[in-house]
Design a protein around this ligand. Structure first.
Ligand code: PLP
Length: 441
């Protein structure tokens, strides 16, 4: 890296866009104030006119913009662009699903020259995303969904993407199977047909993966997860690189996709992030890298222990050598700035893993019921460890056939490893596996 590389990841996460000068303009407060006011007072009619015309800085009204939300957006943009010179803009939304909905809806806008739009994505994705695509787009609007069965198989993507494809979409790694996708190679395939690549990078967060620096056009985050790890808020964000690959007629949308969402669709629909949630999230974001390091290290130990356990059928974790996506995970899931301390990049494979306990659905339920430290809950990436059974929770709305398509068997347990001491987590999982084994035999 060049010497003039600018502040490192941790510094950006801690400082955000609030520096000494900003602090002096706010009574010297070291921590940025939270602006909960819904509207801005103007000095004069001239001032009001100038702000509304975009000729002077300002935010006007909380549905359009807010200083506290804008600070979070500026910080996430810098983290998503980190280590590259890719120009990145970020817009925050009320949830991860709002971010995904607003992104995909804009890309699916009517275009008389390209009727019968299709989108290409793996069926093995987050349950909320699956429902959005099947119900809101396929059923309600007649959008053709082209499912990719194996997100690692580039030929399947290449066969499915054509000139009527509005975007290719993938989660890396996917929820709940932790499947990898080769982002640079997929971006090349999509771009060769003029199609943008949208990546849901919720699980790794910018501390482990920054798809915009690897060829992706748009990144969506559920900021509710690893980025707001203390678990006090729900939030979403869309980050985009300048001049995305896209044949949409609106030039403004291609030039600054996330900025366009902020100035147009977010304002017109009101799916803005609340300033209070932005404030809580900004505070959480400060310790992101250290948290991801601890949680990933613990998760790798848990995955290895479970994979060798006689009461466990199968473990899914990209950090395991036998995992089909391991080679790509080794290349792409790297703890940011790890080479600064050790001279070599260090892999961190994330905090999520899934397993199938021996004994089928009965054992999976008994395992979940026996947990004493790990919470039976459906969020992830937080400081508190959680476990769930996707087929009865995150994917409960899917039919039996859809669960088969999305590869969500009834005995699959998903675990998100938090910041408790790993030995305490392992003890809890061990006693729960014993209980599961007793219930199944
Ligand atoms: C949770 C999650 C979402 C949805 O985010 P919300 O903030 O709950 O709306 C989307 N994608 C992935 C991968 C998730 O884990």
């Amino acid at each position: 890296m060049p010497a003039d590389r600018g502040p490192r990841f941790d510094t950006l996460a801690v400082v955000g866009s609030y520096d000494h000068e900003e602090a002096l303009a706010h009574q010297g407060a070291v921590c940025e104030p939270a602006y909960l006011s819904p509207s801005q007072h103007f000095a004069s009619s001239d001032h009001m006119r100038a702000v509304l015309l975009g000729q002077a800085p300002g935010w006007t009204y909380g549905r359009l913009d807010n200083p506290t939300v804008a600070q979070l957006e500026a910080t996430i943009a810098r983290l998503d662009a980190y280590g590259s010179d890719v120009p990145v803009t970020t817009t925050a939304f009320s949830s991860g699903m709002a971010a995904i909905f607003m992104t995909t809806t804009a890309l699916l806008a009517d275009d008389p020259e390209r009727p019968r739009p299709n989108v290409v994505l793996p069926a093995a994705c987050y349950g909320g995303t699956y429902m959005l695509f099947t119900q809101r787009f396929a059923v309600d609007r007649g959008v053709e969904l082209r499912w990719v069965r194996d997100a690692l198989d580039l030929q399947q993507w290449a066969d499915a993407i054509d000139e009527l494809t509005r975007f290719a979409f993938c989660e890396v790694p996917s929820n709940p199977h932790l499947r990898m996708t080769d982002i640079p190679a997929l971006a090349e395939i999509a771009h060769s047909r003029g199609v943008p690549l949208v990546v849901d990078a919720t699980l790794p967060s910018p501390a482990l993966l920054r798809p915009l620096t690897m060829g992706a056009d748009i990144v969506v985050h559920s900021v509710s997860k690893a980025m707001s790890a203390s678990g006090m808020s729900i939030a979403g964000a869309v980050s985009s690189r300048a001049d995305i690959v896209c044949t949409h007629r609106r030039r403004e949308m291609r030039a600054d996709f996330a900025g366009f969402l902020k100035r147009g669709p977010r304002r017109d629909t009101g799916v803005v992030l609340s300033p209070f949630n932005a404030f809580v999230t900004s505070a959480d974001l400060r310790g992101l890298r250290a948290r991801m390091e601890t949680m990933s290290r613990s998760a790798l130990r848990v995955a290895k222990t479970l994979a060798a356990h006689s009461f466990v059928e199968e473990v899914f974790y990209p950090g395991l050598e036998g995992d089909p996506g391991h080679a790509i995970a080794e290349r792409d899931l790297v703890l940011v700035d790890s080479e600064v301390e050790t001279g070599v990049p260090v892999n961190a494979y994330g905090y999520m893993l899934s397993l199938r306990p021996r004994g089928g659905e009965v054992a999976a339920c008994a395992f979940l019921d026996a947990l004493r430290l790990v919470w039976r809950a459906n969020d992830l990436g937080r400081v508190k460890s959680t476990a769930t059974i996707p087929s009865i929770a995150t994917h409960s709305q899917l039919s039996r056939a859809e669960k088969a398509l999305a590869d969500v068997p009834p005995d699959l347990v998903r675990i998100s490893i938090g910041c408790e001491h790993v030995d305490d987590i392992l003890e809890d999982l061990e006693q729960a596996l014993n209980a599961a084994n007793g219930a199944a035999s």
